[in-house]
Every structure is written in C-alpha cells, then in structure tokens.
Design a protein around this ligand. Structure first.
Ligand SMILES: *Cc1c(COP(=O)(O)O)cnc(C)c1O
Length: 435
C-alpha cells in the first residue's frame, strides 16, 4: 500500500492547529490592573532625580531579575534590540572600531555596532552548537577590535571560557545576546553573566514575555551607570552628576513602562516551570526520534544547561534526500499553532539568512555618512565568508518549535508520525534526490 504525501495531494497527518502557547494569565492581569489603578503607567524623568532610574514596577522587576541570576545590576529596556545598542554605547565603541559578531542570529546581534559607527566583523560558528567558534573569532581579531557579541543560539550557551580567555588576552569586552536563553547555564554560571553585559528579550516569541521588553544585566557598576544614561537622555544628568567619561553619553528613550515591568516580573516567576516543561517536551520528542537515521539531535555543550528556544537538528546530507525536499514535505503534513496561524508551520529549513548576505551588507549601505562602519570593512560580505554557517543554513539545519510547553505528547506524536511518513515515502520525492 502506498501512502500519498500531503504535498502530492494526499491527506495531511494532522489538520487541527497545535495548541496555542500562552504563558500569561490571571496573575499578570491582576498586576496590570494594579498599575492602571495607580494612574502611573511610567515613572521616569530625564533629569538628575531619583526617577531617572524609573518607577516602582520597573525597579521591582529589575531587582527580581538581578536576584534570579545573581547579577549586581539589571536594567529594564523596551527591547533586547535597544539593550544591545545601549551595550555598544556603554562599552565605548565608535567609528573605526570593530566588533566581532556571529553570522547566524537575529539581525540585531550583528548590526548593533553600526549604530555607533563601528564595523561588524563576521566570525563563523561551531558546526554542532551553532554558537561562535573561538578559532574563527581569534582569526578575526585585529588591533581595531574592541568587543565580541556572542549569542546563546536556540538556548545553548556560547563557549564562555574560550571566548573569555581570548577577550582577556586582547583587551576585548564580551556582550552576550541571551535573548534565546533565559535560565540557561554553563558550568554553573547563568546565561547573562557569561560576558561583561548580557541582554535578554521579553518579546512575544521568547520563553517568557511582556509583549515587548529587554533586560540588560552586568556585574560592573560603571557599565550599569552608562547603560542607564543611554537608556534615558543621559546628556541631561552628565553635568549635574559630574560624569567625566562622556563618550557615547547622549541618550535615547529606551524605557520600559510600568505595565510591561509588572508583567515581566510575574513572568520571571514562571520561568523555571516553563523551562522544565520545555525540557520534558524535548526529552519526549528525542526519545521518539532516536532511531530516525537521517537526523542528528541537538548536541548540548559539556557543562551546559540548554533551554531550547528552538530544537535545532542536523540533516544527513548523504542520506539520498535533500533537506529542503524533506522539510517542505513535512510542513505540508502538519498544522500551524493556534494564535500564530499566519506565521506558518513552525518547522524550518535552516534558521535566518546568514546576516552578511542581507542587502545592507551586500551593497554596503546601512547608515549614511562617514561613520558608516560598512564602508571601511576588510571583509567581503560575499558568499563563502562563513562556510559553516552557509552549510548549516542552506543544507543541513532543521529547526522547529514543537517543544513549546503547550504541546502534549499526543501533539508531539503527530509530528513524529509526519517525519516518519515523509521519510518512508521518500521515493515519491525523487525530484529532490541527489544523484
Ligand atoms: C528576539 C531576539 C532579539 C531581539 O529581541 P527584541 O526584544 O525583539 O529586540 C535579539 N537577538 C536574538 C538572538 C533574538 O532571538
């Protein structure tokens, strides 16, 4: 009996949407109502005043966050994006400086230096953890290099000790983009504290969220003060407070509101439970998939606590079926998530396009003016720059979100059945078969 694949018009493995992944509820609602009843939805002043640091809920949220990972300082921002830009300003980078970045991440992880006129220099990633490869970083260091932005991609901590050793040897700062890794750890050190500044995200797609938001953490009081200045019109307090290092000390409005801060604090209290549920879904999925020959399950770095923002597997490119043909056929078998219908099936061939292949780099036009860090880069930004990232993205990586806490075992069973159905019927996908 032949099974007709959905991509060829056969019945889908499942049509009913997967259950919506909703983490907010009564407790968040109660706190939001409390803020609204208070009449103070944000309580910042861009002036030398105690409210320069925000209102009650912002400070409570920051204290809870700092406490949860043992950070000396936590600052609430209106996004991770704003936090990464502020981090660049706080460490003092400027035109002619270089910052080593990964080519495989959400774009802001690599373009943040451009906002201060500094140049992103791309390094390649480790083929099994997808985080920056220390050897590639080392090869990219020049006398102009000031910092590294390291990403805990998919929830896996980057190689902290190796990059720390390199950074110390060359006098570089490390900014950790831990948007995808709240609650992660490496050899007992929490994510966020693996570099000099860590930046979390609270956007809707992350493990926990406040709609939008970001939390920036550091153990360094001077950096914390500079981050606070950039967050909230620092030029207005620099004189009164006798700030002497004025580099990059003009500010934006990157402030989180009291409403988001109230939600974020409640969400933080749910993080451990949500992570345990995610680990449980990962364990179950991996148990079912262990014998599935063409797929290599995610490696966890030694000593790491991976928090699985996504579950990223590797396709065996010698198995006779091209990854894209497989993924396309499985996508046709599966439904979308409720509430996120328009985002499509949460299974991807690769992740996001290697950042240096975006038009801004290809055409070297990101910002106008002499401080545009793309005009004086020694890198080509051409295909071939980071071969591991390109091979992962275009040939090997398969990422999915079928491990979110809303997925029951029976839902995961449907995913496993779809994978098996397509693999068993692979002869029917012969157009995709490599000779
Ligand atoms: C989501 C994400 C960001 C951006 O976070 P925002 O809070 O939306 O600005 C940055 N880096 C990575 C790795 C992300 O996943």
């Amino acid at each position: 009996m032949t099974v007709e694949l959905a991509i060829h018009g056969g019945p889908k493995t499942r049509t009913a949407p997967f259950p919506a992944h909703v983490t907010v509820g009564a407790e968040e609602k109660a706190r939001v109502c409390e803020v609204i009843d208070s009449g103070v939805l944000s309580n910042y002043l861009g002036a030398p005043h105690e409210n320069f640091y925000g209102g009650r809920y912002v400070r409570e949220c920051e204290a809870a966050w700092a406490d949860s990972i043992g950070a000396a300082h936590a600052l609430a921002f209106n996004s991770n994006t704003a936090g990464l830009i502020a981090a660049m300003g706080a460490i003092g980078v400027g035109p002619a400086d270089e910052v080593i970045v990964t080519a495989y991440s959400m774009s802001i992880s690599a373009i943040a230096p451009l906002f201060y006129g500094a140049t992103p220099i791309f390094a390649d990633v480790e083929p099994d953890t997808f985080c920056l490869d220390p050897a590639s970083v080392e090869a990219a260091i020049t006398p102009r290099c000031k910092a590294i932005i390291a990403v805990d991609l998919f929830g896996q901590p980057f190689n902290g000790p190796a990059l720390r050793a390199l950074a110390d040897r060359h006098g570089l700062k490390i900014i950790e983009d831990c948007a995808q890794a709240p609650g992660g750890q490496l050899h007992g050190t929490p994510t966020g504290l693996l570099g000099d500044i860590g930046v979390f995200s609270l956007n809707y797609h992350k493990h926990i969220h406040a709609g939008e938001g970001g939390i920036v953490v550091t153990q360094d009081a001077a950096l914390a003060q500079r981050l606070a200045m950039i967050r909230n019109h620092g030029e207005c307090v620099a004189g009164a407070w006798g700030i002497e290092d004025l580099r990059n000390m003009i500010g934006h409005n990157m402030r989180m509101t009291e409403i988001e801060a109230a939600i974020a604090k409640v969400q933080l209290g749910k993080l451990d439970l949500l992570l345990a549920e995610r680990r449980d879904r990962v364990a179950y999925f991996e148990e079912q998939m262990r014998g599935f020959a063409p797929l290599t399950l995610p490696k966890v770095r030694e000593g790491a606590r991976h928090v699985y923002y996504a579950h990223a597997c590797l396709w065996d490119t010698t198995c006779g079926l091209a990854r894209n043909a497989f993924v396309e056929a499985v996508r046709a078998e599966l439904p979308v998530f409720a509430l996120r219908e328009k985002e499509g099936v949460k299974l991807g061939a690769g992740y996001v396009r290697p950042i240096y292949l975006l038009p801004a780099f290809e055409h070297r036009i990101a910002l106008q003016g002499a401080a545009n860090g793309l005009t004086h880069s020694w890198q080509s930004y051409a295909p071939g720059l980071c071969p591991v990232v390109e091979d992962l993205h275009f040939n090997r990586l398969i990422s999915h979100e079928f491990i979110v806490p809303s997925m029951e075992r029976s839902d995961i069973d449907d995913v496993v059945r779809a994978f098996a159905k397509v693999w068993d019927a692979r002869a029917a996908l012969s157009q995709g078969v490599a000779a």
